[in-house]
Design a protein around this ligand. Structure first.
Ligand code: SAM
Length: 281
């Protein structure tokens, strides 16, 4: 990541999305720029996408397009599970996925477990439209390593949503079979896991690897696709595993007022182009 003047009075954020490709956004203000215990955290304001949170050089959320991602992360599982009551969000410290999860009246308790307290703090300070659900009485916000949290859990969740950073350092284990096995054990009989599985253009090995590892643990595994403009290439994937139910089937109403998700989008998201079918085998 670079924050550097381009012309006089102009600052730009460049995210290196692959070694050969960058996304550039003009910045009007740097709101926070710190090194946390775990990662570099930057919050900037931009004319194109509003406020943007960046971790270790990778864009995590922008005010303008976050709904495309958070609605898919939450509603693909919560509209397919017959009665989601207890939900765990792994990562997701910006609060966007939690906000969408708590739009479902069936949900009695939602845990958000993010390793980095500073991400949660930045979300509260600068992204009120994302962090707004953190004070909901059904929300439990825990700053801790989700790998540890899940190790001690047994059959207590209906849905686990893995809203993590890219698979490096302390997040790498969140994309691997031992973690998926712990999630499997933490899920009730009709349980679902949803994982953000990156882009088939910038990170084909992550998409294929995550699906292979999910298949080692879950009897039903499907991949869904969606648009996410500021994530690498804009073409995003969501890996979903269940203990038996078909995640492509819609079983519950969508919350009112969604801007990306709908039942039509749900069904269409599981229709994969042939190149992606062969990528995941
Ligand atoms: N989906 C977004 C993306 O792809 O850019 C990620 C948004 S969310 C801010 C990612 C969060 O995962 C970060 O706040 C990071 O601290 C958290 N995270 C990474 N590894 C973790 C772990 N082992 N336990 C809990 N949270 C973790």
């Amino acid at each position: 990541m670079e924050v550097r003047p381009k012309r006089l009075n102009e600052m730009w954020l460049f995210e290196e999305q692959t070694h050969n490709m960058k996304l550039g956004l003009r910045i009007t203000q740097v709101l926070r720029n710190i090194k946390t215990q775990y990662q570099d955290l930057l919050v900037v304001d931009t004319p194109e996408y509003g406020k943007v949170m960046v971790l270790d050089g990778a864009i995590q959320v922008t005010e303008r397009d976050e709904f495309c991602y958070h609605e898919m992360m939450a509603h693909l599982a919560l509209c397919s599970h017959p009665n989601p009551e207890r939900v765990l969000i792994v990562g997701g410290g910006d609060g966007g996925t939690l906000r969408e999860v708590l739009r479902h009246d069936s949900v009695k308790e939602a845990f958000l477990v993010d390793i980095d307290q500073e991400v949660i703090r930045a979300a509260r300070d600068f992204f009120p439209t994302l962090s707004c659900a953190m004070d909901d009485p059904r929300a439990r916000v825990l700053p801790m390593d989700a790998l540890k949290f899940i190790e001690d859990n047994r059959e207590s969740f209906d849905v686990v949503i893995v809203d993590s950073t890219d698979p490096v350092e302390f997040a790498a284990g969140l994309f691997e079979a031992p973690f998926y096995a712990n999630v499997h054990r933490s899920l009730k009989e009709d349980g679902f896991i949803v994982c953000q599985t990156e882009s088939p253009f910038s990170d084909p090995h992550v998409v294929a690897g995550a699906i292979q590892d999910l298949r080692k643990v879950f009897p039903v595994v499907k991949l869904a696709v969606g648009f996410m403009p500021t994530y690498p290439t804009g073409f995003w994937t969501y890996g979903i595993g269940t203990k038996g139910l078909d995640p492509a089937e819609v079983r519950r109403p969508a919350p009112e007022g969604t801007r990306y998700y709908s039942h039509e989008i749900h069904r269409a998201a599981f229709v994969l182009p042939p190149f992606l079918k062969s990528m995941i085998g």
